[in-house]
Design a protein around this ligand. Sequence first.
Ligand SMILES: NC(=O)c1ccc[n+]([C@@H]2O[C@H](COP(=O)([O-])OP(=O)(O)OC[C@H]3O[C@@H](n4cnc5c(N)ncnc54)[C@H](OP(=O)(O)O)[C@@H]3O)[C@@H](O)[C@H]2O)c1
Length: 235
Amino acid sequence: MTSENTTNKVALVTGANRGIGLEIARQLLDKGMRVIATSRSGDRIDELAGFEHVDVQVLNVGDDSSVKRLADYVEQQYGGLDVLINNAGIALDKWVPALSLKLDDYRATMETNLYGVLRCCQAFVPMMQRRGSGRVVNLSSELGSLTDVQMGSSLAYRSSKTALNSLTALLACELKDFPDILVNASCPGWVRTELGGDDAPLSVAEGADTAVWLATLPAGGPSGGLFRERAPYPW
Ligand SMILES: NC(=O)c1ccc[n+]([C@@H]2O[C@H](COP(=O)([O-])OP(=O)(O)OC[C@H]3O[C@@H](n4cnc5c(N)ncnc54)[C@H](OP(=O)(O)O)[C@@H]3O)[C@@H](O)[C@H]2O)c1
């Protein structure tokens, strides 16, 4: 499936200051998109300094007022949004068994990885509905899949991604009357970032690839799916 013409489309990436989010922002800029690269600090992102069409903005996905402020800005500045990449994520309970998991860590994980995505969808998808087109990409994980659970631990992180998969499928269903709004989730694989660690086999370029492909799907592309290496992956 070839990608659509992306020149001058407006894309917003959460958690774009490092890791996979930074690489997604870079690849979308390379495709000629105007990219709102967001970070919690709002500091300049040096790696994106050479691009003309980058707009660095503050966004904490865990904060209602931060999401609302940015939505107002995007509406005023760009008149809408074409692509939303829900990339920001945390993993507070790596290797922690469920029986030892601190409930506060569970709540904090959900606040960012699930409610943060829902907040952003609620703020930005109505802009896509007004235009009748848009692409939403949620960064999920193989670890959220319930098809083949072989390893215990990391309940908070993993179930936040399982719930994110559910959000992806249900939102795609709710948007069936808008056939050119495509909502999908991407498994990046195990990627060398602060979250993935140094032993991960994949580069950020490899980890960003499927998300960028989903962000640039042509009209008629899939919606409501989970994809890894540009192919469907079991929930
Ligand atoms: N790396 C992997 O192997 C892997 C595998 C599967 C899925 N993923 C998923 O891919 C996504 C990106 O992961 P990564 O490996 O690039 O992680 P990372 O290097 O740790 O980067 C995470 C990004 O999320 C941001 N963030 C965290 N909480 C936020 C909040 N409340 N508001 C806004 N931004 C926030 C961080 O900002 P700060 O700099 O301010 O902390 C950072 O920019 C995540 O959703 C992750 O679950 C990664």
